[in-house]
Write a new protein. Sequence first.
Length: 240
Amino acid sequence: MTRLSVNINKIATLRNARGGNLPDVTKAALDCEAFGAEGITVHPRPDERHIRYADVREIRPLVKTEFNIEGNPTVDSFVDLVLEVVPDQVTLVPDGHSALTSNAGWNTLDNKNLLTDLCHTFQAKGIRTSIFIDPDPRMAEGAAACGADRVELYTAAYAAGYPANPQLAIGPYLAAAQAAQACGLGLNAGHDLSLENLAWFVQNIPWTAEVSIGHALISDALYLGLERTIQAYLREIRKK
């Protein structure tokens, strides 16, 4: 069954906009778990504009479900942080320092040496390693050649295309997911997944192990409340 990991970066963004500790990011992470989330995702960036490295250190020992850290592993401080706190999963994302949000997956062929070394480094500490990729079967095959445990499909294009033609939008993702499955890789997905498009994705790719959702979920929580929103996302995942 597909698990829901809640990305809490947007909660940290709200806190940082005012200073102080309101909302309390650590409490939010624990509340998400209490409300049914099956994992917590954070994406610390070097400028700490949302999740801070100190947040990661504070949250890690408290999370009871699964803790996933996303980020750019070409930044030494990110690698050091992951090795220090030892999350359940690290997701390698090639986002630039100035990027507003993640905007592309890895070219796993051109970056094979780097990604192979990183997979070995993290796996030596018992950390499941996932590589963020575009919906391209070649990138899934390349991730397997790097020694990854999973890939995370970058779902921005799916979300953009879904309103006009759900069947067309899911096509490249199904092909990439099948390639990942054939290579023995676990499958995650994330970016712009929402209450509108989540069920269709999981119904068509039911072996998706995990979806990581932040922006849409936190936006919905402004209207529905955090507990009701998490339950609504879980219902979409489990919809037949």
